[in-house]
Design a protein around this ligand. Structure first.
Ligand SMILES: [Zn+2]
Length: 388
């Protein structure tokens, strides 16, 4: 038996080119229109950025907390990737559906939309909230804005399921993700007079060595074996600076990330790095030139998802999706943002994370069917009882 309506919905969703750098408003308006066909009024929250919007819609009794089903509407770019078929045309080959976002995460959104008539017809004692965000793949700005709206509601959702691809397993924790840009200002002289100048490249190297030592200390400080890399990780991914071999470099910039275990705040670690720069490195540089500086610019800082706050929700959800063991993932999600406003959140959705962001991204039809069965069971549950 095949759900052709579901495939048509996914096909339509994939056809919207919602790469994060583009607008997602057409997709949001289309979803709002579909909800309106079932008498559901969606709140479209336009972002401060042009061409960006979130959507939030409640089905069932709005004075009750209910369950939020959340997906990000944006996808990662396809530029430079070698696709077998057009990434924005959902293409079936055997049991797989190929297209950008098929797994991450328009497959989940399609399932939720296909369930809307069922949710609308059910006698829900607890509501279902459909939430779509923007820019999850860049700075998670959409969910930050939507969370502000949710925090101001008289009743917040009691629980949230984010349908990132987990092969329909329940994921209870993910690491945080913080990215920083460091700008080092040195002092240029002819390199033959090196003690009268400061090489920004060498100072950057010194800071990077400190980050490396910090990583080793984090390794010794403890571990969480639920994660493939069981520590908070620090990584320097990009550096540029200097002009020539015989000029002490005036400028050097590098970018590093901190993937913090749940419960660890990247900002606290950053303070340690900053304190070392201010207390140890800069005084030495200022003896040569007061122009020398080390500036830290936070690019993004998303909290991790901590399983402590969502264990009850996870226990309630596991039998609904046939999951036997709770998972922890190293990729970032919007879960920590929702947890920060008091909404327990788990991650559970169709498809595999390993095909996400890749050329020939796909979702197995069987995964979509499992997601539909999960939502059907959830609907049944919400007709009778509280979920958490
Ligand atoms: Zn995703």
């Amino acid at each position: 038996m095949e759900n052709t309506a579901l495939l048509a919905t996914l096909s339509r969703l994939v056809a919207f080119d919602t790469v994060s750098s583009h607008s997602n408003v057409e997709l949001i308006d289309w979803v709002a229109g579909r909800l309106a066909e079932h008498g559901i009024q969606a709140f479209v929250q336009h972002g401060t950025e042009a061409g960006k919007a979130n959507l939030y819609a409640t089905i069932g009794p709005a004075d009750q907390a209910g369950v939020m089903l959340s997906g990000h509407s944006d996808v990662v770019p396809v530029a430079g990737q070698n696709w077998t078929s057009d990434p924005f045309t959902l293409t079936r080959r055997d049991t797989r559906l190929y297209g950008r976002g098929a797994a991450d995460m328009k497959g989940f959104i399609a399932c939720v939309l296909e369930m809307v008539p069922r949710f609308a017809a059910a006698q829900l004692t607890q509501p279902v909230h459909v939430a779509l965000s923007y820019n999850e793949e860049t700075d998670m700005r959409g969910m930050r804005v939507l969370a502000e709206h949710l925090a101001g509601l008289p009743v917040r959702p009691a629980a949230c399921v984010i349908g990132e691809p987990t092969s329909m397993q329940v994921v209870v924790a993910n690491k945080g993700a913080a990215i920083y840009r460091v700008r080092v200002r040195g002092f240029s002289v002819h390199s033959s007079l090196r003690d009268q100048g400061v090489s920004a490249v060498e100072v950057a190297a010194e800071v990077i060595c400190f980050l490396g030592a910090l990583q080793e200390r984090l390794r010794d400080a403890g571990r969480n074996d639920g994660f493939e890399f069981p520590h908070t990780s620090i990584h320097v991914g990009k550096i540029e600076g200097g002009t020539a071999h015989n000029i002490t470099a005036r400028d050097c910039t590098f970018i590093f990330e901190i993937r913090a275990l749940p419960g660890v705040r990247a900002a606290t670690l950053l303070e340690e790095v900053r304190a070392h720069c201010v207390g140890t490195i800069l005084p030495r540089l200022h003896q040569v030139s007061t122009e020398c500086a080390i500036d830290f610019e936070p690019i993004v800082d998303t909290p991790g998802l901590d399983e402590g706050g969502n264990r009850n929700l996870a226990q309630a959800m596991m039998p609904l999706c046939g999951c036997h063991a709770l998972g922890r993932v190293s990729f970032g999600t919007e879960g920590g943002i929702l947890q920060d406003i008091g909404v327990p959140t788990i991650i559970c959705g169709p498809g595999e994370i390993r095909v996400a962001h890749q050329p020939d991204e796909y979702v197995e039809i069987e995964q979509l069917e499992r997601c539909m069965a999960f939502l059907e069971t959830l609907c049944h549950r919400l007709e009778r009882t509280r979920v958490s």
